[in-house]
Design a protein around this ligand. Structure first.
Ligand code: FCB
Length: 774
């Protein structure tokens, strides 16, 4: 090589790059299907229909490959994580073997003294997410942030640096406009959306990693210099647009929070509504900027619709890819990036290299590297803060649509035997790099990362419980007096301070209607908004939900250990679930199941009509009219179910029974006393009240179940059921099943009593997990 390590500034990093799908062997180790697997299996997309099923079998051979990185004298190894290897369906269930693999890879790098430089996404999108629209769907930003947390939650502490997405232009334009890469679309609307969403996903992932305490986070762009094919203004305009689409759109979005005018003009009709409001996320500050550079293009106008330009074959020497070799453009890009976008921020060349058919004596590659290192030297001389240079690639590998024929490796791979043989370029680079070291750390600062946690709240009239959720589990529960709004917010704030970091999300459940992000807490008599909570805790995501919603979510993950089975299957099946919770009020919630996920709709639970179920009850209902006249439906004998079937309703029911029995209207008794007497059998009115309570509740639940047909079961939850399990025996079940011609159908339902403590907290937690998964 023309250069040695010592020709570069102190602590200048040399690295080598690869990506997951190109080397790992995607068909192995439990990875889910990706859009590259199916793109490659569709004739005409990839030469010889080659795919990444086995690739370089790096999954099994990585220790040996990392020895090559170490022995080559490299400071850094840039690799990517496969989303579908970690989350086969893109979200939800984790493939532990996949996580373990990246865990071992991280350790193996550190053991060899190599800095792990991760890229979270290098093009293999899980097919499940592709089915949902992939990069066209705005939700991908959230899916990607969740994936980021899963993978970095496991290996982030050992990463030197991380970039979310490799080459946004390839992910969007090349794959959705030109159709050359998966998903192989040729559609301008899909393209515009993908271009915007890929940046939104980038920002969301950076945000997620900051939330975990991570640093040294960057972005990696591929740049291609656009040279006008001639001196005409038309050619200059065409080249400028090519430059806008290819280079300035993505750099501009991330560093200047704006898209170039000439690109925006063409794409505006197709960008997602509200795109202008996303720049705070897209432009979330990063710590460095990575540039991948290979070639330049000659651009001329064309007669097509926008963007009305075409590439012209150029005169410069070309690589095996047919790409012109133009090192000077790398210097221009480095200086321009500093000047227009990144200022003093470190810049790294995160990919540079060439494909060559020469499998051993690749002097062409040595030349190419020398020329581009010269270009880097030129930019350094002009004061560009370049901090590193990475060669693409360590190994010959799966070069996407061009299959295994285009060889980019410093190390030759025989794809029959999987044998690795270093090429002349490897030895040359090794010679240039050995002997020197850099003093930079290998990974994130020790102790900087923390588990992210969520805060869940169950707000009652007098007391509020705040739960700490770590890795999805309740790890701590605190009780505070609810008080007025400032006291309540102070409780949130003090818990945040006690933990020492901002929660990622807060979910607060309480009794009362929710509108526009504010819950009117009827018992506590105050209004609590999601914004208040965000301010008090610093959380990125805040939600207020009512107690019906929380009750419904409390059974989302329920297992047979947490239920008493009154009838039906021992294990509650997955599916839509009906939840009834006689607490302070009669809560009725439904957990709807569709598309593999639970959802709730909010509603009011207590307003169901209740009518006498026997002759003697007619008198009791008549008497109730004296106690609670406002709760009757007109002048019928039908009253609001909540008036009898809840903690506050039971005393009213008891009073009505006393009145009907000829006793004067006495002071109301508490539900607790009434149920105690009923249990002891010491008060006939109490026994009657308890009986009516359970049989009416059973009948109501049976009716609701028939309406909803909840395949996932009917659940009784809540304080009354929790503390008075004895109430819900045969009479309750018989009432549930007494449904005239529908009795048999009712008997076929799965019916459970939930035995979970703290169901409000459990429900808020399940809600939270689901909301963050979006
Ligand atoms: C880059 C990609 C990489 C490889 C090289 C040749 O654009 O990041 O995966 O294909 O080109």
């Amino acid at each position: 090589m023309k250069y040695n390590r010592t020709d570069f500034p102190k602590d200048f990093l040399f690295g080598v790059a690869t990506s997951a799908y190109q080397i790992e062997g995607h068909a192995q180790g439990g990875a889910g299907q990706t859009h590259w697997d199916t793109f490659a299996r569709t004739p005409g997309n990839v030469v010889r229909n080659e795919n990444g099923d086995l690739a370089c079998d790096h999954l099994n051979r990585f220790p040996q490959d990392l020895d090559l990185v170490r022995d080559g004298g490299f400071d850094c190894y840039r690799f990517s994580t496969s989303w579908a290897r970690v989350l086969p369906e893109g979200r939800g269930q984790v493939n532990e073997a996949g996580l373990d693999y990246y865990d071992r890879l991280a350790d193996a790098l550190l053991e060899r003294g190599i800095r792990p430089c991760a890229t979270l996404y290098h093009w293999e999108l899980p097919s499940f997410l592709a089915d949902l629209g992939g990069w066209r769907n705005r939700d991908i930003a959230g899916w990607f942030a969740d994936f980021t947390e899963v993978i970095m939650g496991r290996i982030g502490d050992r990463m030197y640096s991380v970039a979310p997405i490799n080459e946004p232009w390839c992910v969007s334009w090349l794959s959705h406009f030109e159709g050359h890469h998966a998903p192989g679309l040729r559609d301008i609307r899909a393209t515009a959306r993908a271009m915007h969403h890929v940046l939104l996903a980038h920002g969301s992932a950076i945000d997620a990693m900051r939330g975990l305490g991570m640093s040294n986070l960057g972005a990696v762009f591929n740049l291609e210099w656009a040279e006008p094919a001639d001196d005409s203004p038309e050619a200059r305009r065409a080249a400028d647009l090519y430059d806008g689409i290819y280079n300035r759109f993505f750099l501009g979005g991330v560093f200047n929070k704006a898209y170039p005018d000439n690109v925006r003009e063409g794409l505006e009709p197709y960008l997602p509504a509200g795109w202008q409001d996303d720049f705070d996320i897209i432009g979330t500050p990063v710590d460095w900027c990575g540039l991948n550079y290979y070639t330049r293009k000659l651009i001329a106008p064309s007669e097509t619709t926008w963007p009305s330009l075409q590439e012209i074959a150029g005169p410069l020497p070309k690589t095996q890819m047919g790409w012109e070799i133009e090192p000077a453009a790398l210097t221009r890009f480095l200086t321009r990036t500093k000047q227009d976008y990144t200022g003093d921020l470190p810049i790294l060349v995160t990919e540079n290299g060439m494909a060559s058919p020469e499998r051993q004596q690749d002097s062409d590659r040595i030349d190419y590297l020398n020329q581009h290192l010269s270009a880097v030297q030129d930019a350094l001389a002009q004061g560009v803060p370049i901090k590193g240079y990475f060669i693409w690639s360590l190994l010959d590998n799966y070069e996407w649509a061009l299959g295994y024929e285009k060889r980019f490796g410093l190390v030759d791979v025989d794809f029959q035997t999987m044998e690795r043989t270093p090429k002349a370029s490897y030895t040359a680079v090794q010679k240039a790099l050995t002997g020197g070291t850099v003093s930079l750390p290998l990974a994130q600062p020790a102790g900087a990362m923390h588990d992210h946690w969520n805060l869940v709240a169950d707000i009652g009239g007098t007391n509020t419980r705040l739960g700490v959720i770590t890795n999805g589990e309740l790890t701590d529960l605190h009780k505070y007096p609810t008080g007025k709004l400032p006291e309540l917010l102070e409780a949130f704030h003090s818990l945040r301070d006690e933990i020492g970091t901002d929660p990622r999300a807060v979910v607060a459940a309480g009794a009362g209607p929710v509108r526009n992000g504010t819950i009117r807490l009827t018992n506590a008599q105050l209004d609590l908004s999601e914004d208040d909570i965000a301010q008090a805790t610093g959380a990125r995501h805040t939600f207020v939900i009512n107690d019906f919603t929380a009750a419904a979510w409390s059974v989302a993950e329920i297992s047979h250990d947490n239920v008493e089975v009154l009838q039906g299957a021992k294990h509650p099946p997955t599916g839509t679930r009906l939840v009834v919770g006689p607490g302070t009020g009669l809560g009725v919630g439904s957990l709807l199941y569709s598309n593999g996920r639970y959802h709730t709709v909010s509603g009011e639970g207590g307003h169901i009509g209740l009518s006498p179920r026997s002759q003697d009850e007619v008198e009791i209902f008549n008497a109730a009219r004296l106690v609670a006249p406002e709760c009757f439906f007109d002048d019928t004998l039908t009253l609001e179910a909540e008036m009898f079937l809840s903690g506050t309703g039971l005393p009213i029911l008891y009073q009505a029974i006393e009145l009907a029995g000829g006793r004067a209207k006495a002071e109301p008794r508490t539900a607790r006393d009434i149920l105690q007497d009923a249990r002891d059998g010491t008060d006939a009115h109490a026994v009657k009240a308890a009986h009516m309570f359970t049989t009416h509740l059973g009948a109501v639940m049976g009716d609701l179940a028939i309406v909803m047909m909840p395949a996932g079961g009917v659940f009784l939850v809540g304080g009354v059921a929790e503390k008075n399990r004895w109430l819900f025996k045969d009479a309750f079940r018989d009432a549930f099943n007494a449904g005239g011609r529908f009795s048999e159908l009712r008997r076929s339902m799965n019916l459970y009593v939930s035995e979970q403590d703290e169901f409000g907290i459990v429900g808020a937690n399940n809600f939270c997990k689901n909301a963050l998964r979006r």
